[in-house]
Design a protein around this ligand. Structure first.
Ligand code: ZN
Length: 238
């Protein structure tokens, strides 16, 4: 399966899980040129087909002329690919469950095994540290570079009052992490309500996190998501 088709599957899967709606986007580094990456043109992710996938350089400029508009926030992707040679896939999203953790000082912690990667640490980026008075969107390379610096070596970064950006060594892991980051946020809020605060929640410890993240690749999930997305795509094409 081509990387373009994988991106179609990723976009539709993230939309189906309500993690991205008409906004948010997934990308994958080119498997033939690490100085380039693929993402959809400016389109609701649920509508993306292979024909909508555009190739960009790491300055987030399209490699070939395209008559289509591109995502305003594509600089998130290009600048992270520059800063993190290990990253092969990125998802930027506005998960409603995650945003409250971006603006309250309440730290996201790994509450269950499918989101063990949360235990690797998720910093929060405040766009005001880079520029004041923005519309909150990462519309420039300078803002993208600033965000990439806050991400550092971590698997994700929260963006205050906006959402998050999740990275991984492959696309299925980036998609899985994004979906389970959203689930983790909801579970953590539920647990805090049950327990009367975060103090009484037992989170995964560092050894458990390390034992899980070494292998967790969301493979069974990816096979399922792929089959469902491709079936839907085939039905649309009649
Ligand atoms: Zn955004």
């Amino acid at each position: 399966m081509s990387l373009a088709l994988d991106l179609v599957v990723a976009s539709r899967t993230l939309a189906e899980h309500g993690v991205i709606d008409a906004y948010g986007h997934a990308s994958a580094r080119s498997d033939t040129d690490p100085q380039r990456y693929y993402m959809a043109r400016n389109l609701a992710p649920e509508l993306v087909t292979e024909a909508d996938i555009v190739e960009l350089d790491l300055d987030s400029k399209p490699v070939a002329a395209t008559g289509h508009a591109l995502y305003n926030e594509r600089f998130i992707h290009g600048e992270i690919y520059k800063a993190r040679p290990d990253v092969q896939a990125i998802v930027h999203n506005h998960s409603h469950a995650v945003v409250p953790f971006s603006c309250t000082g309440c730290e996201l912690k790994p509450i269950f095994h499918m989101a063990a990667f949360v235990g690797l640490g998720i910093p929060t980026w405040d766009i005001r540290d880079a520029q004041r008075g923005t519309d909150m969107l990462v519309r420039t390379a300078a803002l993208g570079e600033h965000l990439a610096r806050k991400l550092g070596k971590h698997p994700a970064v929260l963006m205050r009052g906006h959402g998050s950006t999740v990275v991984a060594e492959n696309l299925q892991r980036a998609v899985g992490r994004t979906i389970y980051l959203d689930v983790n946020a909801r579970m953590q809020l539920d647990a805090a309500q049950l327990a009367g605060g975060q103090r009484n929640i037992v989170f995964m410890d560092d050894a458990e996190v390390a034992a899980n993240v070494s292998w967790q690749n969301y493979e069974r999930s990816w096979e399922l998501w792929k089959r469902k997305a491709l079936a839907k795509l085939a039905a649309e094409r009649g």
